[in-house]
Design a protein around this ligand. Structure first.
Ligand SMILES: C[S@@+](CC[C@H](N)C(=O)[O-])C[C@H]1O[C@@H](n2cnc3c(N)ncnc32)[C@H](O)[C@@H]1O
Length: 616
């Protein structure tokens, strides 16, 4: 009916930039205005020169020109990794375009071979789906399909736009799509699969006859988002029936049973209660299943089983006595965070000392003597920051500690999979590391201190394992950017919502039903809204401290630490600061940042990430 992954359909890149067209909504500034370099000129430029020019344009706010230039470069140098990466970066930060299918599919292919940033690609998918009438037609088709009925008219173009969209399948399987459209599609399609499969397995009508492989994407997205999507009473009953059926014939499960169940429950949790013999039989049987079902099996059964094994062998490096720490350990065991799937790619690693000298050229930095730095990841969570750091800088010994064993096990599995050999993991409370006879070149402690009763006490504990030259990489929540979250807390109280799945699902519905101009509505746009542990971290934290730049200044003064600068990803922010405060070349004056943050409260929407060091 509609193929899962149609082969590359004659790509006409030459016309790619011409076929982008504006959609209604908020077009980026200067969309479709003429770029400084014409496409024919750019064909003569090398990829690096084009990327540099595109970055300059982006920094000056000229998204459309930057995008046009990169699409032309992609046309001329389709296999150039740096061009692909730059194009993905710009597409993910630009709104108001619809890309031709051929480009979308080609990007998905490149993502697989070139190991590109899946988070950025997920954003591109979201932007594409938000405004695509074919996607809306597909959603209508699936949501309105009557279970078991014959299909008389197939909206081929609409189905091609989703089921034939390789980016959709890629992100569903390997990432999280923070997209209302993807959520509606996945929910509607999994429902049809479930009800057709459990209702009339001998004569399935719609999806099962055509492409059961799409189930890899559906099960993948439901697992990756930790089953945060709500389900109807008819589905709950059918899942129960499916589960009972599986338990009754555990020696002879149909592969579709597994794939459909994986759309509603994590397979490891559903099946772990069986006897060791039954599980062993199941694992043998799994080897005979079609390869697409094995993808689901590996993600949902084998990988979590490996984490359970790793968890049993994680050493305890300190006691956890503090009451708040005990609470946090339970909370992050239930909702390990962040939930991440793809690793960032840095092609050439740098020595940290040199990299920081380049990044912060105007500062007298402590001397980082080691080429390969030793790092303490204090509150490493699920390890994303370890991978980000180790893929960027030359590293020596890495020690990762956290309160939560489940987070540590996830971190250990993922870092092992990514070939990071020099990381060691242990359960420890930062508050109790003060008597360690150790010191590190770098201490990374991001999004951790804000969970403590006192961030200052946490900082003082970290200082005990620092030496004079230690660099601290810290991240804290922004008071002003988190205003909607504070308001969301009022909503939780008002509706008596608990940090459970039911509570979180009701919360999502409540937020979506708020008036469009209600500040809490903005949370539905956050990627954290689309995954249970992320949503928990966004809105259901039991304790949370936030900071303004002025409060950060006071905190660092009390801890006797020297501020070295924010990590600012957005070049427009740097530009803004330099325009406002041309005399502060180092950009380290927190009073100035306070003024800018006051003016632009969403400046630190992703948190305040910064470097600091001991006072000399
Ligand atoms: C929001 S997660 C952040 C994880 C990671 N730092 C990141 O940014 O990706 C916060 C983590 O801090 C850990 N944590 C909180 N207080 C801690 C403490 N006193 N000692 C060790 N870990 C702690 C939690 O268990 C949780 O895994």
């Amino acid at each position: 009916l509609f193929p899962l992954c149609p082969g590359k359909t004659g790509l006409h890149f030459a016309t790619a930039f011409q076929t982008i067209f504006l959609i209604k909504g908020e077009p980026p500034m200067n969309m479709l205005s003429v770029p400084n370099i014409s496409p024919s000129e750019s064909a003569e430029l090398g990829p690096n020169a084009i990327i540099e020019k595109a970055r300059e344009l982006l920094a000056s706010g000229a998204h459309s020109e930057s995008l046009t230039l990169l699409l032309t470069a992609y046309t001329n140098h389709p296999d150039e990794h740096s061009v692909q990466a730059a194009l993905i970066e710009v597409l993910a930060t630009t709104k108001g375009y619809i890309l031709p299918d051929a480009i979308v599919n080609r990007l998905a292919d490149d993502a697989l071979t070139g190991n590109h940033d899946l988070k950025a690609l997920a954003t591109i998918l979201t932007i594409q789906f938000e405004n695509n009438p074919q996607v809306n037609a597909a959603i209508d088709f699936f949501e309105n399909h009557e279970i078991g009925s014959e299909i008389t008219e197939v909206p081929v173009a609409a189905l091609e736009a989703v089921v034939g969209n390789k980016l959709f399948l890629l992100i569903c399987t390997k990432g999280i799509a923070a997209s209302h459209e993807v959520e509606r599609l996945v929910k509607a399609m999994r429902r049809i699969f479930l009800l057709e499969w459990t209702g009339n397995a001998n004569a399935p009508t719609l999806l099962l006859n055509c492409c059961p492989e799409i189930l890899v994407g559906l099960a993948g997205q439901c697992f990756n988002t930790e089953y945060i999507y709500s389900e109807g009473a008819d589905e709950a009953a059918a899942v129960n029936q499916l589960y009972i059926g599986i338990q009754q014939k555990i020696e002879d499960i149909h592969p579709l049973d597994i794939a459909v169940l994986g759309c509603y429950k994590p397979l490891w949790a559903a099946l772990m209660g069986n006897s060791p013999e039954a599980l062993e039989g199941l694992m043998k049987m799994a080897e005979t299943w079609p390869s697409w079902v094995q993808v689901v099996w590996k993600a949902q059964f084998l990988a979590p089983c490996q984490e359970l094994f790793l968890k049993q062998n994680i050493e305890a490096y300190t006691k956890i006595e503090d009451k708040n720490s005990q609470l946090l350990a339970r909370q992050f065991d239930a909702f390990p965070n962040p939930r991440w799937f793809s690793a960032p790619t840095h092609h050439a690693k740098e020595a940290l000392g040199q990299a920081l000298k380049n990044q912060l050229p105007h500062l007298a930095l402590p001397l980082v003597e080691a080429d390969a730095v030793s790092v303490l990841f204090a509150g490493c969570g699920t390890g994303e920051e370890i991978v980000a750091f180790a893929s960027h800088y030359e590293t020596g010994n890495l020690l990762a500690i956290d309160l939560s064993l489940n987070s540590l096990a996830f971190a250990q599995r993922r870092t092992q999979e990514l070939g990071i050999q020099n990381a060691h993991f242990g359960q420890a409370d930062i508050l109790n590391i003060t008597d360690w006879d150790a010191s590190f070149d770098v201490i990374v402690c991001q999004n951790v201190l804000d969970h403590m009763e006192s961030a200052l006490v946490g900082l003082r504990a970290l200082k005990q394992v620092a030496k004079q030259s230690t660099l601290f990489s810290l991240a804290l929540h922004s008071e002003r950017a988190r205003k909607p979250v504070k308001k969301a807390h009022d909503l939780l109280t008002e509706h008596h919502l608990q940090p459970t799945y039911d509570g979180m699902r009701t919360f999502r519905d409540t937020v979506r039903n708020l008036p469009a101009d209600h500040s809490v509505r903005s949370l539905a746009k956050s990627s954290q809204f689309y995954c249970a542990s992320e949503l928990h971290d966004l809105a259901f934290n039991t304790s949370e401290q936030c900071f303004t730049p002025a409060e950060l200044k006071n905190l660092l003064a009390a801890a006797e630490l020297r501020f070295l600068g924010f990590e600012v990803d957005n070049p427009q922010v740097t530009l803004l600061y330099k325009q406002c405060f041309p005399d502060d070349i180092a950009m380290t004056n927190l009073d100035n940042w306070e003024i800018i943050d006051h003016e632009y409260p969403e400046l630190f929407i992703d948190g305040m990430q910064f470097w600091c060091a001991l006072k000399s």
